[in-house]
Design a protein around this ligand. Structure first.
Ligand SMILES: Cc1cc2nc3c(=O)[nH]c(=O)nc-3n(C[C@H](O)[C@H](O)[C@H](O)COP(=O)(O)O)c2cc1C
Length: 204
């Protein structure tokens, strides 16, 4: 049995393509694996704070020397790192905002990519082991893939791939919902994503 961590980061609700498809992914996964369990976190609707000076001070203070205030400042980060450690499968919905990830998702990364917790500062290797990551992206346009016209603009996939690899997660599958602002093309992209979900969740 697996435990799933489901994250969404679109600022939108029911109009969000990434939220819709990441939700369908989890539903389809649970149909294929009925005993599995899920923890959800909605970064889009309940954004977490950006890094502060107090957070950085607390993060770089050895755990045994932290003041009660520093322990408090790291509480949410500790909770989210606990969620990453406890899950076997991550399903994340990430829109493209200005060619990259939404700032709420970047704030999440900055809170969880912590030395001694998710990566080892002695070896620069990741500490999250045996995890599978499924990333649902949504983009208004297209042409961001390898060899395509806007590949060089795309900082969304590399950010996700690199940060998770740094934390030890290298089994990564992307489901791209492109052209969400382009009517019929958007419908085709959704249909394609749904086909991909069927194959991925049945074969997992
Ligand atoms: C602030 C903002 C920036 C955006 N930047 C881009 C962009 O750089 N490239 C693109 O293709 N679409 C861009 N879009 C369109 C979104 O990627 C698109 O609407 C996508 O479907 C949003 O994800 P969602 O449907 O899950 O909310 C942007 C939208 C917003 C709100």
């Amino acid at each position: 049995m697996s435990h799933i961590l489901h994250l969404d980061s679109s600022a939108r609700g029911s109009a969000s393509h990434s939220r819709q498809i990441s939700g369908e992914f989890v539903e389809s996964w649970l149909q294929a694996h009925p005993g599995d369990t899920v923890t959800s976190r909605d970064l889009g609707h309940q954004p977490i704070p950006h890094v502060t000076e107090e957070f950085i001070g607390a993060m770089y203070t050895p755990a045994e020397s932290r003041t009660p205030a520093q322990v408090e400042v790291l509480k949410l980060s500790d909770e989210m790192i606990g969620e990453l450690k406890a899950a076997d499968v991550y399903v994340i919905g990430v829109p493209m905002y200005n060619f990259g990830v939404p700032s709420v998702f970047k704030a999440y990364i900055d809170a969880v990519a912590r030395a001694g917790e998710t990566w080892d500062p002695a070896t620069y290797t990741g500490l999250l082991e045996n995890k599978k990551l499924f990333v649902v992206t949504a983009r208004g346009g297209g042409g961001y893939g390898p060899g395509e016209a806007r590949e060089a603009y795309n900082s969304q996939d590399p950010t996700i791939r690199n940060v998770f690899a740094f934390m030890g997660v290298t089994d990564v599958t992307f489901i791209h919902v492109n052209n969400t602002l382009r009517g019929e093309e958007s419908a085709a992209a959704l249909a394609e994503a749904r086909e991909q979900i069927k194959t991925l969740t049945a074969g997992a």
